[in-house]
Design a protein around this ligand. Structure first.
Ligand SMILES: [Zn+2]
Length: 192
């Protein structure tokens, strides 16, 4: 009797996993028994260990998307599940017994900015769309000025200090005008 089969792993070496075996393997994967599934596949087929691992990986469903958590003060979505401050309303609850509100924006611009004031690793890898930013912060004159100062090839990039800076009350979040990979001016939207 010809078993129902499904070919896997391309054509270089035709290998088939019976539907029955696949069912068994998928059940193991569902239980998080990845090693057991790999071993079972290895024992049941002529696949190499590497290909068995790959098969298990290919049949492991992606993790569920991270839950989106609203700000307890304004209800807008926080930037991460573990966020302890909200960049929409400025509330900061890093210290549960001393919740503070940051803002309004503080401006720092011009040649006074030195590399140690804005470490390059704080800069987002991706450029922000100036139009979207202006819609988001319509009343921020400093940000408007920063954007107005853009020259061809310049980028506006978000920056944020790592969480330990916020805990030490020296956190910074804002946007920088980046020219040839270097921040030449910036607007600090939030700081503590
Ligand atoms: Zn908020």
């Amino acid at each position: 009797m010809a078993a129902q089969t499904r070919s896997v792993l391309g054509t270089s070496r035709k290998v088939v996993v019976s539907v029955e075996l696949e069912k068994e393997l998928l059940a193991l994967i569902e239980q998080g028994e990845f090693a057991a599934a790999t071993t079972k596949l290895k024992q049941s087929t002529s696949l190499s260990l590497g290909k068995c691992k790959q098969w298990v990986l290919d049949h492991t469903p992606p993790p569920p998307p991270r839950p989106q958590v609203p700000c307890p003060y304004c209800g807008k979505l926080l930037r991460s599940e573990k966020a302890q401050q909200c960049f929409e309303c400025g509330m900061d609850w890093h210290n549960a017994t001393n919740v503070v509100k940051h803002g309004p924006s503080v401006v720092k611009r011009g040649p006074s900015i030195r590399p140690y004031n804005l470490p390059l690793e704080w800069l987002s890898k991706r450029a922000s769309d100036p139009e979207v930013l202006q819609q988001r912060y319509p009343h921020d004159d400093a940000l408007a000025e920063l954007i107005a100062g853009m020259q061809p090839g310049d980028e506006i990039r978000k920056f944020e200090s790592p969480s330990e800076f916020w805990q030490r009350k020296s956190g910074r979040f804002g946007y920088a005008l980046v020219r040839e990979g270097k921040p030449v001016s910036m607007v600090v939207l939030w700081l503590n």
